[in-house]
Ligand binder design. Structure first.
Ligand code: TXA
Ligand code: MG
Length: 340
């Protein structure tokens, strides 16, 4: 199905009521609206309508086995999406919502099979931006929204990324500029005895444990990108968040000196690497020195590299330290030869 994709600019701090009403009307009619969250742009549909949710899968080319996140405008609506609200959920919601934390809990009858891929659990979060929360409020229902990219590709942090991936497949894009954080939310499973991180993200295990008062949080397996590792979360496939251009992960920066550079390549240096060996002058270099900057600009950078029509992206990863955990996770999935 081909539709005309409209783009409406909307001010992040003072969203236009008419634009929001228009977007809510699209959702109410079973249509698709992309909107910015603090992490990445999401591709939204009315979460209570299986027909609308089915269109998300079709537009993204997403495997129907991969469940999606439901967005609420506050704790009250989030609670309506779940069947149980344990003490831990209350404490975490209080501490981190609105914000980049997604909680997996038993689902309520409000959420159809289409959203959860038939699972008895649902992933919920309250996004930070006013535009996102007002949109949910205008609709009066939760919004199901995976990242607004083609399946397995790089998540969008700008409206133009959404247009490039989904133009002609969705009705509307609300453009409120670049997303502030740039990396997808932390996904925490609260249905197991010990809370378990399914996807590392902006909120770290330590921060979660701090709020949970001594309850241990199981880390996402550092090697979960290995093909033979059990899938911690249905969406955590080893090849995910990947640019179209093959990307090489170079663990030891000194190895750059002997790297066999193809004709057209770019170097992406993530982390505070000083004194890298010389690389050919023709190789453009992108630097993402701090964790915040790397999170914000990683996907823009990978998309820019794709646009250059390169044969190879060469990635020097950041050190294996807590503050780099989420960025390393996404980079590992973007590369074809993660140093394992
Ligand atoms: O920051 C984000 O989380 C963005 C913005 C738009 O909110 N959304 C996002 O959605 O990244 P998506 O669909 O691209 O990733 C959702 C992740 C997937 O890894 C999916 O498998 C997992 O959450 N997930 C969703 N429902 C789940 C469930 N019931 N149990 C376990 N994992 C679940
Ligand atoms: Mg995604």
């Amino acid at each position: 199905m081909s539709v005309t994709t409209r783009i409406l600019s909307i001010a992040p701090d003072d969203p236009d009521v008419e634009a929001l009403a228009e977007a809510a009307a699209v959702l109410r009619a079973g249509g698709l609206v992309a909107f910015a969250t603090e992490t990445v742009y999401g591709l939204g549909a009315d979460a209570t309508r299986p027909d609308a949710v089915a269109r998300i899968f079709a537009a993204k080319g997403r495997p129907p086995s991969n469940p999606m996140i439901v967005h609420a405008d506050g704790i009250e609506l989030a609670r309506a999406c779940v069947a149980e609200w344990p003490e831990a959920a209350g404490a975490l919601a209080e501490a981190f919502w609105p914000g980049p934390l997604t909680l997996v809990l038993p689902r309520s009858g409000l959420i159809p099979d289409a959203v959860t891929a038939g699972r008895e659990t649902v992933a919920v979060r309250v996004p930070a931006p006013l535009v996102a929360r007002r949109l949910i409020e205008s609709l009066g229902r939760p919004i199901a929204a995976p990242s607004a990219n083609r399946s397995a590709g790089v998540s969008p942090t700008l409206a133009c990324h959404v247009l490039a991936d989904l133009g002609g497949r969705i009705e509307l894009i609300l453009d409120s500029g670049q997303t502030a954080i740039g990396l997808e939310s932390t996904v925490l499973d609260l249905t197991t005895r010990e809370p378990r991180i399914l996807r590392p993200g902006p909120i770290s295990a330590q921060e979660l444990e701090h709020v949970l008062g001594g309850l241990r949080v199981r880390r996402a397996d550092g090697d979960s990108a290995a093909p033979d590792a059990p899938l911690s979360s249905p969406g955590q496939l080893p090849v995910h968040y990947a640019p179209r251009t093959p990307a090489d992960w170079i663990d030891d920066p000194d190895a750059l000196a002997d790297y066999d550079w193809p004709g057209r390549a770019a170097l992406v240096v993530v982390g505070p690497h000083l004194d890298l060996p010389d690389v050919p002058e023709s190789v453009p270099r992108f630097d993402l020195p701090s964790p915040d900057l790397a999170a914000r600009d990683l996907y823009v950078t990978l998309r820019e590299c794709d646009a250059l029509g390169l044969e190879r992206i060469v990635v020097v990863p950041p050190p294996d330290l807590t503050e780099w955990h989420a960025v390393r996770d996404r980079l590992r999935r973007a590369c074809r030869s993660p140093g394992r």
